[in-house]
Design a protein around this ligand. Structure first.
Ligand code: FAD
Length: 367
């Protein structure tokens, strides 16, 4: 009888947890390493699954990669529900709104371009927007409805994935991995988010700081919108994602290394911009402000592929790491089975020359 193969997964964010679960179910003996499981970007994220609303001419590969993962979400969420009883979806649709004529023109550009790639988006006038979301500001003049773009509660997702990992026999070790080569496992998946280059320094992944707020609904305050609401206010992107208990308002975006400070200006801008779209949020409780680090790559696509015979990387998911979990899991499972998934070929890390340079040892050479 064949020996059970061992797999180490480094990092227990949404990516590492989901990979560990799938591989344990597939028969691997899985050890998941993380000194603070579920505390990274996956904990602070907004939970939008919005590749179509974020589409922009010229970004075909990002659109198609995101759309391929969005198509996998219903089945992935259903597997989670069956295994754990947890429903992760918190909204069914996304509505991007425009406050001025330039933004309204941009919405039409997105609708035409994304529509030209076979995905449905609907342009709405002022009355159409108000009919869907009556609590939005009267200054909103147009909208773009993405009827197939839902949102998830990322914290529910993490809890559910931990439960699923436990049931599938994944061993969770609250330890930091300092040296990939020292792990004795047959195969290793590196999924340490923005910290991944600390373990494999040639990875072109950098932290992009994001501040985000959690607002709690109070009695008498207007209810949260039914949909994800996205907008640009004074040139800054802002979004509101409904939750059972309130609204998540995100997010700032800075190149600031691993600076984990929540700044006054960040909170001020997020609240002011969100209030310009949904005036009623002033009545909510400011329950939490937090910071996360998007593991970002130079071309806004993740890095999912083999680095050595023993090491697969799954990181660099940037601002779409929740969206792209289901496709990432399928891609990593395929790689571990010796295959490459068609939908994930664009994420091959060897597209970056620093990684395709010749290795000096079987473990990946000088890094
Ligand atoms: C403010 C903000 C809002 C966002 N909103 C959205 C959104 O709406 N939709 C969307 O799709 N995406 C969103 N994202 C992006 C998304 O959160 C990330 O792309 C995703 O969470 C990345 O998941 P991950 O598992 O790769 O990384 P993480 O969740 O960061 O997990 C990495 C894990 O690795 C662990 N680790 C690090 N070093 C080691 C080590 N040496 N040994 C062991 N473990 C280690 C860490 O402790 C951590 O738990 C947002 C991100 C931010 C910051």
């Amino acid at each position: 009888m064949d020996r059970v193969r061992t797999l180490a997964v480094v990092g227990a964010g949404a990516v590492g947890l989901a990979v560990a679960w799938r591989c344990a179910v597939a028969g691997w003996s899985v050890t998941l390493f993380d000194p603070a499981a579920g505390s990274g970007a996956s904990w602070v994220a907004g939970g939008m699954l919005a590749p179509l609303s974020e589409g922009w001419p010229g970004e075909e590969r990002v659109l198609e990669f995101g759309a391929a993962s969005l198509a996998r979400w219903p089945e992935f969420a259903e597997r989670i529900r069956v295994e754990t009883g947890v429903e992760v979806f918190v909204a069914e649709q996304t509505l991007t709104v425009a406050l001025d004529s330039a933004d309204a023109a941009d919405l039409r550009t997105v609708a035409d371009w994304v529509g030209g790639h076979g995905h449905e988006l609907r342009v709405l006038d002022r009355a159409g927007v108000r009919a869907l979301e009556p609590t939005l500001s009267r200054t909103v003049r147009a909208g773009l409805l993405a009827p197939t773009e839902p949102a998830i509660d990322n914290r529910r997702l993490l809890d559910a994935l931990r439960t699923a990992c436990g049931s599938a026999g994944v061993e969770l070790r609250a330890e930091s991995v300092e040296d990939i080569d020292a792990l004795p496992h047959d195969q290793i998946v590196l999924a340490a988010g923005a910290a991944s280059p600390r373990l494999w320094p040639r990875l072109p992944v950098r932290p992009v700081k994001g501040e985000i707020l959690r607002l709690r609904h109070r009695p008498g305050a207007a209810p949260p919108p039914d949909r994800v609401i996205r907008a640009r206010v004074h040139g800054r992107p802002v979004y509101l994602v409904p939750r059972a208990s309130g609204i998540v308002v995100g997010a700032t975006q800075y190149e600031a290394g691993f600076d984990a400070t929540v700044t006054v200006a960040g909170v001020r801008d997020l609240i002011a911009d969100a209030e310009a779209i949904v005036p009623g949020i002033g009545e909510y409780e400011l329950a939490e402000s937090s910071v996360g680090f998007r593991p970002s790559s130079p071309d806004n696509l993740p890095l999912i592929g083999r680095l050595t015979d023993r090491l697969v990387v799954a990181t660099g998911h940037g601002r779409n790491g929740m969206l792209t979990v289901p496709l990432t899991v399928d891609a990593v499972s395929s790689l571990l089975a010796g295959e490459v998934l068609d939908d994930a070929k664009v994420a091959d890390p060897q597209r970056f020359s620093a990684l395709s340079a010749p290795s000096l040892s079987s473990a990946g050479g000088i890094r």
